[in-house]
Ligand binder design. Structure first.
Ligand code: CP
Ligand code: NVA
Length: 333
């Protein structure tokens, strides 16, 4: 029996494989209740703070909807209109919010900030994305793979592109923890840092998972069950890197040819937002500047039957709900 009460959710590395599986089971249970209209107000009357130092559609909405479903009141804090970091330190802000709220979500830049909030707030803190990790996203991704294939263990997930940022790092950890085979395909400079790789390899050795890297996209996708990618330039990175990223990562774009090379039941995943067409301000600008009509994934793959991106997006809500319920509820769930 595991008790998550009072625990923060800062990165998947902090959780055992059993704990991650329990959170997935709880997500499935809460998803079923939601679909059947069965009330699950497990955190009635609690209040939570949502701090976003970067933009968000999915994560913010997932936290807000999940909070209401659990009987809680979410308060969105817009950093530009709060004192945080400007007139008041992170530690002081965390101590103030911890006196008023039962839990705090934080999305920002450095992982050290969310860790510092958790150290001072004395209430559960949930990482809504940092440059280093995006653990609530990967929990949703794991749920999506499990729902589709019925199991995680032994499934091969290939990550194409910048594997040293939040999504590459977190998917590698998620696969290692659940006995999946993780392969990243990119030029070497985009591989995750060696210390994190070593930690994941150690974990994979215990769960039966595998971690590998290659610069060859076709070699990478052999036997893949899921091909995953993310934007080539993440939030907070300077515009000056676009040219280099497009040049270096274009061979790793997820195309129909790549999906075919992987096999018939290989599916496509992306945390979103995705540059799969020119129907966005940035997509249009970059597309015109570099003469391309998509970036990390073609529109054909994104819109295909193999794409699970909207299942993933929905699962953000169910998994975030599970994380909040498990860490806030007074009883074992
Ligand atoms: N995938 C994800 O975190 O999306 P948002 O940036 O919209 O929250
Ligand atoms: N790597 C992306 C993920 C967005 C959900 C970013 O940090 O912008």
């Amino acid at each position: 029996m595991y008790n998550f009460t009072g625990k923060s959710f800062l990165k998947l590395l902090d959780f055992t494989p059993e704990e991650i599986n329990l959170l997935l089971d709880l997500s499935e249970d809460l998803k079923e209740k939601k679909k059947k209209g069965i009330p699950h107000r497990l955190c009635e009357g609690k209040n939570i703070a949502l701090i976003f130092e970067k933009a968000s559609t999915r994560t913010r909405c997932a936290f807000e909807v999940a909070a209401w479903d659990l009987g809680m009141h979410p308060v969105y804090i817009e950093p530009s209109t709060s004192q945080m970091g400007k007139k008041e330190s992170i530690a002081d802000t965390a101590r103030v919010l911890g006196r008023m709220f039962d839990g705090i979500e934080y999305r920002g830049f450095s992982q050290s900030v969310v860790e510092e909030i958790a150290r001072y707030a004395k209430v559960p803190v949930w990482n809504g994305l940092t440059d280093e990790f995006h653990p609530t996203q990967v929990l949703a991704d794991l749920l999506t793979v499990k729902e589709h294939f019925g199991t995680l263990s032994g499934k091969k997930l290939v990550y194409m592109g910048d594997a040293r940022f939040n999504m590459g790092n977190s998917l590698m950890v998620g696969c290692a923890k659940t006995g999946m085979k993780f392969t990243a395909a990119a030029p070497k400079k985009y591989f995750p840092n060696k210390a994190l790789v070593a930690e994941c390899e150690k974990c994979a050795a215990e769960t039966g998972g595998e971690i590998s890297f290659t610069e060859d996209p076709l070699e990478a996708v052999k036997g893949a069950d899921v091909i995953c990618t993310d934007v080539w330039v993440s939030m907070g990175e300077p515009n000056s890197v676009w040219e280099e990223r497009i040049r270096e990562l274009a061979p790793y774009r997820v195309t129909s040819e790549l999906m075919s090379a992987a096999g018939d039941d290989c599916h496509f995943m992306h945390c979103l937002p995705a540059f799969h067409d020119l129907n966005t301000e940035i997509g249009k600008k970059i597309g015109e500047r570099f003469g391309i009509d998509c970036m990390e994934v073609t529109d054909e793959v994104f819109e295909s039957e193999r794409s699970m991106v909207f299942d993933e997006a929905e699962n953000r809500m169910h998994t975030i709900k599970a994380v909040m319920a498990a860490t806030l509820s007074e009883k074992n769930l």
